[in-house]
Each structure stands twice: as structure tokens, then as C-alpha cells.
Design a protein around this ligand. Structure first.
Ligand SMILES: *[C@@H]1O[C@H](CO)[C@@H](O)[C@H](O)[C@H]1NC(C)=O
Ligand SMILES: *[C@@H]1O[C@H](CO)[C@@H](O)[C@H](O)[C@H]1NC(C)=O
Length: 383
């Protein structure tokens, strides 16, 4: 009888001790929110794993194995700009030489290429993108982010990508708290920079409300808003979308396997389409699982000068002087070069209606988003 009482007392004491440890532990982890269930510890541990894996997005290659930028060696001016932008963002880029269509052996053209119908420069762009994909496959690179050479991004790109990744993981139903890629293990293309984007027949959308880096609606150019949301509801909301269809491959990420399948589709089979249009078809036909951010995270940038200097695809433009501009990037890296270049941390939004107008970019927080269900209807996709 005595020993039974003693065991009860000891057990009660132990249970109290465990309860106290649990409370203490969860207090330490989620800053005051207490819970007594034993699963809290498991949840907190996987939460910690998730945060650790998301933390990889802060590295010099934004959580991808490599970052490539495609550009012509003789467009040293564009390389200057991208090198400055990458350096201000602590990003490590590797250049891949652009291709001029005149340098492509006609025998290496895609089967079915219609020389009369297509702009010849598109052939060069097609080949340059294929060359990057070929390198990814040949070198066994697990994931890579690919840039064209005239883009801009928000100074808060890492915070944006971390929240994007939470959304991407939620859409992929990534169960593992430590996936191979911090963006999850069930994606094939992350279309992060485009000039038009929509989604259809996706039932889940990750919605990030009150994202201060979302550009005001009227500054989104020809982007097509997801047809399930009214423009009035889009203010300050970012969407992580699946089954995206998009145009312009300003910035996109691939995996080793998807690089191989894009290379196979666009090289072994006849094609008569520009690279971005082909990619759009692969996404649209669900050959590839393509996720994207709307509004996009990477967009076109132009330095001050004449438009004849701007594009390597169009050579026929008149010399018209323009100011420097960045399309749809709120706290633009390139427009803030002079605020950042001496080590400054305070940057200005390019749109006067945005608040806060000035931010200390390392302190800006992007709110947490969540999965929403929508009935999607077909929207127009135009460039
Ligand atoms: C950044 O993180 C990714 C994913 O873990 C990794 O593959 C890559 O090597 C890292 N990059 C650098 C520069 O450490
Ligand atoms: C994650 O778990 C859910 C429910 O257990 C399952 O249906 C789904 O297939 C899993 N996803 C992956 C990528 O393993």
C-alpha cells in the first residue's frame, strides 16, 4: 500500500516535470504560445527543420544549386548592370554566353523551324536557353535559376522567396520538413519572371495578403491577373500559383530532371515556336509542373538611354531617349543603386502611392500567406 502511494507521488511528480518541460520548450520556440500536447514537440521540431531548410534560400544562390545569367559577351553594359545588382544583393551569378542566330549552323536549327515566320533572333534565344539546360544536364546540377540579362528584382528578394517557398511547398503538399530543394521536391519549373501569367483549373492558391512589395495594380503592365480574383481584391496580395501559363522567360528555375525533359522536348522534336512559347505549352499541357508568383518577382529593367540599346531581339527601333525604368518592382534594386552602393540599407519605393515609401530592407517582413480554394475560370493570356 505504501509503495503504491509512493509510486503515485513519483509518477505525478514526473508528469508535472514533463508538463513543465513541454511548456518551457514550446514557450522557447514559439515565443509564448503554450500547449501541453506531446505532439507540440514533434511539430516544433519539424517547424524548426522547415525554418532551417527555408533559411537556405538566404544563400548566395537563393537556395538553388546555381544561378545562371544568359547574355552576350559584347553587351558588357548589360553585364555591368547585372553584376552590380547581383553584388548589391549578395548573389552569385555565372554567365552563359548568348547565341546569335547567324552563328548557328543551319543544320542545327530545330526541325520544322519556319524562317519566314519567326524572328531570327528568337532562334538565338532558343539556342542560348537550350545551352544552359544542356549544361545543367551534362553537369548533373540539381536545381538552377536562369536569368535573362536585363532584369531587376526587389531588394527584399530573399524574404519574398522564403514566403513564395512556403506557398510552393503548400501547393506541392511537401510533407518532408527537409526536402532536397528548399522549394520542395515536387516542382519542375518555378516561373519567377514573366511578362504575362495566368493559371486555370488549379483549385488551390496560396495567398499572401498585405505584402508591401506587391506593386499597385495599375503598374503591373500587361500582366494578366488571375481570373478568379477581382482587381479590387488584388491590392497588396501576392499569389503563389500552380499550373501557371506564362510568356517571357525572364527568370525561371528548373531541376535536373525538368531541364532534361525540356531539352528533349525542344531539341529532339520539331518546333516552330519561340522558347518561352514552347515552355508555356509544356506547362499548359501539364508535361511540366509549373509554379509561379503573381505578381512576378523578377521583371524587366532598362538603364537610362535610347531604346535602340535595349533589346538584342529587336534591332529596328528608333533612337528614343528614356529614363531608367523598372517594370513592376516596388523596392527596385536597380533604381536604388545609389542608395545601396555605399552599404546603405534604406531604399525607396518607386511608386509614390506605396507605403511605407522608405524601408530598411533587411527589416521588412512579408506576412504569412495561406492556402485558399477557388473555382477558376479561363482568363485571357496576352503578351
Ligand atoms: C544554396 O542552397 C542550395 C540548396 O540547399 C545549395 O544547393 C547551394 O549549393 C547553396 N549555395 C551556396 C552558394 O552555398
Ligand atoms: C503527403 O501526405 C499526404 C497525406 O498523407 C499524401 O496524400 C500525399 O501524397 C503526400 N505527398 C507527398 C509528396 O508525399
Amino acid at each position: 500500500m505504501r509503495s503504491r502511494q509512493t509510486s503515485v507521488i513519483i509518477l505525478t511528480f514526473l508528469a508535472g516535470l514533463i508538463l513543465w518541460r513541454v511548456l518551457d520548450f514550446s514557450d522557447a520556440i514559439d515565443g509564448g504560445m503554450t500547449s501541453t500536447s506531446a505532439t507540440t514537440i514533434a511539430d516544433d521540431e519539424s517547424e524548426w527543420e522547415i525554418e532551417k531548410s527555408l533559411g537556405e534560400i538566404s544563400n548566395a544562390t537563393l537556395g538553388f544549386e546555381r544561378v545562371f545569367a544568359i547574355g552576350f559577351e559584347d553587351r558588357m553594359d548589360k553585364r555591368d548592370a547585372m553584376t552590380i545588382g547581383a553584388s548589391l544583393s549578395g548573389m552569385k551569378l555565372e554567365w552563359i554566353e548568348g547565341v546569335r542566330w547567324k552563328d548557328i549552323n543551319e543544320k542545327a536549327y530545330p526541325a520544322g523551324w519556319d524562317k519566314r515566320r519567326n524572328n531570327p533572333a528568337e532562334l538565338g534565344a532558343w539556342r542560348a536557353h537550350l545551352n544552359v539546360l544542356q549544361k545543367i544536364v551534362a553537369d548533373g546540377i540539381s536545381t538552377a535559376l536562369i536569368f535573362e540579362d536585363d532584369i531587376d528584382w526587389d531588394v527584399t528578394i530573399r524574404a519574398q522567396l522564403i514566403e513564395f517557398s512556403r506557398g510552393a511547398r503548400a501547393l506541392q503538399n511537401t510533407n518532408s520538413s527537409s526536402p532536397h530543394s528548399p522549394y520542395g521536391d515536387d516542382w519542375e519549373v518555378l516561373w519567377l519572371g514573366a511578362c504575362a501569367m495566368r493559371t486555370r483549373d488549379a483549385s488551390y492558391v496560396y495567398q499572401i495578403p498585405d505584402d508591401p512589395t506587391v506593386p499597385p495594380f495599375k503598374h503591373r503592365g500587361e500582366m494578366i491577373y488571375p481570373p478568379f480574383v477581382k482587381p479590387s481584391e488584388m491590392h497588396k496580395t501576392r499569389f503563389v500559383l500552380e499550373r501557371v501559363e506564362a510568356l517571357c522567360t525572364l527568370a525561371y528555375a528548373v531541376t535536373y530532371e525538368s531541364a532534361r525533359s525540356i531539352l528533349a522536348s525542344l531539341s529532339l522534336q520539331p518546333t516552330n515556336m519561340a522558347f518561352d512559347v514552347s515552355m508555356n505549352h509544356l506547362c499548359m499541357n501539364k508535361d511540366l509542373r509549373c509554379l509561379g508568383s503573381y505578381p512576378v518577382l523578377f521583371n524587366t529593367w532598362r538603364k537610362e538611354g535610347t531604346n535602340a540599346h535595349d533589346s538584342d531581339i529587336h534591332d529596328d527601333w528608333e533612337d528614343v531617349w528614356h529614363e531608367k525604368w523598372s517594370k513592376g518592382i516596388t523596392y527596385s534594386t536597380m533604381l536604388n543603386v545609389w542608395n545601396l552602393i555605399g552599404g546603405g540599407k534604406t531604399v525607396q519605393a518607386q511608386y509614390p502611392e506605396v507605403s511605407p515609401q522608405w524601408i530598411e530592407f533587411e527589416k521588412l517582413e512579408i506576412p504569412r500567406g495561406k492556402l485558399e480554394t477557388y473555382e477558376l475560370t479561363l482568363g485571357e493570356l496576352t503578351a
